[in-house]
Design a protein around this ligand. Structure first.
Ligand code: PLP
Length: 396
C-alpha cells in the first residue's frame, strides 16, 4: 500500500499502514487486518483504544463544553491540578498541550529562577542522549545532532554532561557558577530507554538543593504510571522542583502540564506565560478519567506485573545472545539494545501484526498500553522474539 500524500509536508517517514479502529491493545487497518499494539501511540494511549470510561466521559464532555479559553475560570483545571499534586506531592500546575510546550515552560522557569539568583545569562545543565522536543529551545536542550541539524543558531545557555555521572555535574557547576537548573528525563525515551540511576537521581536532588538550583525532571514519556509508579522518579524516593508531563496524561487527547514545587511554584506571575488551548475542558476531562482509571483498574500494578513478564521472556530468550547488548527499562517502558542498526524490525513486526518502534537506530522499544492483559503481553513476545532471532542470525 503506498500512501504518499504530497499535500503534507514530508516530515515523517511513515509506515504504509493506516488504522481505522482500535479496541484495547488491538487496532485494525483500512483493509481489516488486525494488529497488536505494543507502542500505544508512543506512550500516549495509556488506557488502550476505546476504553469505555474514556469514550463515555469524552462524549459527554464534547456535548457539554470543549473550549472556553483562559480568560475565564476552568474548574476542571483546579480539579485535575489537585489530583496531580496529590499524586506527586508538589505544589501547583500549569496546563498546556504537548510535551515540548511543557518543557518550554520548564526552561522559562529555569531562566527566571536564574535571574532571581542574580545571573544575567543563566544556564541549564542538560544530558547526552536527551530528547526534550522540537521547538527551537527544546531541540537545543536535546542532544541529537540529527534533530538540531539545519536549525541553528541554537538557543544558548545549555551545558551538556554525560548521564549518571555525578562528578561531571559537580565539575560543570564549578565551571559555570551561573547554572540555575538541571534538566533531564527520569528515563530517557528517544535516547534508547536509558534510566537515570536511582542513586544518581538522589545525588542530583541533594546537589540541586545544596546549590539552590532547580531539579527539572522531564516525565513526558516515562510518567503517568508507565513504570509502575505514578512518576518514574518516585522509584528514587525523591521529588523534583519542576516536572513536565504530556503524552500519557490524556490517553490520546493532547495535553501537557508542568508541575512545580517550592520556590519554582512561585516563579510564574500574571502575564509570564500562557497558551490559548491549554487546560481546555476536553483535555482536562480526558486526564481526570485517565487518572481515575489507573486507580480503579489497578494499572500501576498491571504495568509492573506485565512489564516483568515481558522482561522475563526477553531475558530468557535474548540475554547473552551475540548481537544483544542490553535489555533495560522499568514497567512497561522497555528497550532491547542490539549491536547493529535494526530499524527494519519495525516493518517486519508490521508484517506479523505487531506494532513496535526502534529508537536511537539500535534499540527496539516497547511502550504498550497500561491496560495490556497477560495474554496480550505474552503475545507481544511470542510475535517479537522470532523476528529478533531472525535478525540476529542475519547479522552473523
Ligand atoms: C521525554 C520527552 N520529552 C518531550 C517530548 C516532546 O513531546 P511532544 O512530542 O508532545 O512535543 C517527548 C516526545 O517524544 C519526550 O519523549
Amino acid at each position: 500500500m503506498s500512501m504518499l500524500s504530497p499535500q503534507l509536508m514530508p516530515t515523517y517517514a511513515r509506515l504504509p499502514v493506516a488504522f481505522v479502529r482500535g479496541e484495547g491493545s488491538w487496532m485494525w487497518d483500512v483493509e481489516g487486518r488486525k494488529y497488536l499494539d505494543a507502542l500505544s501511540g508512543i506512550a500516549v494511549n495509556t488506557l488502550g483504544h476505546g476504553h469505555p470510561k474514556l469514550v463515555e466521559g469524552l462524549r459527554e464532555q464534547v456535548g457539554q463544553l470543549i473550549h472556553t479559553s483562559n480568560l475565564y475560570e476552568v474548574p476542571l483545571q483546579a480539579e485535575l491540578a489537585d489530583r496531580l499534586i496529590a499524586l506527586c506531592g508538589m505544589r501547583n500546575v500549569f496546563f498546556c498541550n504537548s510535551g515540548l510546550e511543557a518543557n518550554e515552560a520548564a526552561l522559562k522557569m529555569a531562566r527566571k529562577h536564574g535571574h532571581h539568583l542574580g545571573h544575567d545569562r543563566p544556564k541549564t545543565i542538560v544530558f547526552e542522549g536527551a530528547f526534550h522536543g522540537r521547538s527551537i529551545a527544546t531541540l537545543s536542550a536535546t542532544s541529537s545532532a540529527k534533530v538540531q541539524k539545519g536549525f541553528g543558531p541554537l538557543v544558548e545557555g545549555f551545558v551538556r554532561v554525560p548521564l549518571n555521572d555525578l562528578q561531571a555535574i559537580e565539575v560543570a557547576l564549578q565551571a559555570h557558577p551561573d547554572v540555575s537548573a538541571v534538566f533531564l528525563e527520569s528515563i530517557q525515551g528517544e535516547g534508547g530507554i536509558r534510566p537515570a540511576d536511582l542513586d544518581f537521581l538522589r545525588g542530583l536532588r541533594a546537589l540541586c538543593s545544596a546549590h539552590n538550583i532547580l531539579l527539572m525532571l522531564d516525565e513526558v514519556q516515562c510518567g503517568i504510571g508507565r513504570t509502575g509508579r505514578w512518576f518514574a522518579h518516585q522509584w528514587a524516593e525523591i521529588k523534583p522542583d519542576v516536572m513536565p508531563l504530556a503524552k500519557g496524561l490524556g490517553s490520546g487527547v493532547p495535553i501537557g502540564a508542568v508541575v512545580a514545587d517550592g520556590a519554582a511554584a512561585q516563579l510564574f506571575e500574571a502575564g509570564n506565560h500562557g497558551t490559548t488551548f491549554g487546560g481546555n475542558p476536553l483535555a482536562m476531562r480526558a486526564a481526570l478519567i485517565t487518572l481515575s482509571a489507573i486507580e480503579d483498574d489497578k494499572l500501576l500494578e498491571n504495568a509492573t506485573a506485565r512489564g516483568q513478564e515481558i522482561r522475563n521472556a526477553l531475558d530468557e530468550s535474548l540475554a547473552g545472545q551475540p548481537g544483544v547488548l542490553e535489555i533495560r527499562g522499568r514497567g512497561l517502558m522497555i528497550g532491547i539494545e542490539l549491536r547493529d542498526p535494526c530499524g527494519e524490525l519495525v516493518r517486519r513486526a508490521l508484517d506479523v501484526g505487531l506494532l513496535i518502534n526502534v529508537t536511537s537506530d539500535r534499540v527496539v522499544r516497547l511502550l504498550p498500553a497500561l491496560t495490556i492483559s497477560k495474554a496480550e503481553a505474552d503475545e507481544v513476545t511470542r510475535r517479537l522474539l522470532p523476528l529478533i532471532h531472525d535478525f540476529l542470525r542475519g547479522q552473523r
